[in-house]
Design a protein. Sequence first.
Length: 307
Amino acid sequence: MLDIFCSFATVEAGAPDVSHMLSDNVNCEDPYFACQAFFAALRNTLMLEEDTAAAPAPPLARRVRRPRGLVMEIVDSLSESIRGGQLQPGDKLPTEAEIMLRFDVSRTVVREALSKLQASGLVETRHGIGTFVSPRDLGGNFRISPQDFATVADVIAVLELRIGLETEAAGLAAQRRSEAGLEAMRAALHAFQSSIEQDSDAVPSDFLFHMEVARATGNRHFSDLMNYLGAMIIPRTRVNTPRHAPEGRLSYLQRVNSEHESIFVAIRNQDAEAARAAMRTHLSNSRERLRKQTLALASAGNPGDAT
């Protein structure tokens, strides 16, 4: 080896580059060629080792995750479990240690995720006990209470909201309805007819029909919102429209139920556009009937009779 290095050291400057002549058949008895071959092999070996060391191992590369991404991974997973019903209001969430183990994260990441869930109103922390799913609420500032139905204008405003919501619900119901859902709608129609024949305002069966349409969408958010709003969305709970109807109470309520039947037929026939049109017509008619009655009562000098 020393002889090779010495021979290499005595190569004169300006000597021709003969490295391209090296091959497996090189005559290694020549000191100059032997030295060139040795250093070429050494250089290639070192470069290979360097490249191998620099390249990250594939399994480790897949596990590179940013802390903020880890937080949202936990938030999204627990939020989905809560909204999907796997975790019900009042249920206790897994402990911090269990969440750390499940997601392979630090305690800091878990606590930040729980803090975000608490800020969104999905969970509440009871110190010394644990974290629990909050009572179901729509959250934020959205709320419709009985005080929001104090005037006819308030009732009309809610009807406009329902036009947007229930028109699309009817279309989805037509696309997704089941035989069980159709039977539930049919029962609500029969209950409505029986109620008006018994001198009732038919509010419960009226609301039930609209609720069954929402359920038939297969999207629980429609039925959850309808359930939250409750029967007070039916105008007759706040305004005595049948009493002031020009055609009389019975004819008025029969017309309302006839509009329900048009919605039902379109849903049964799986005609989404017809279902949307029928629901929009029904709710728009309710709005117009309220407006006309309000104007008529105001002209007669009895605006108080409208509520």
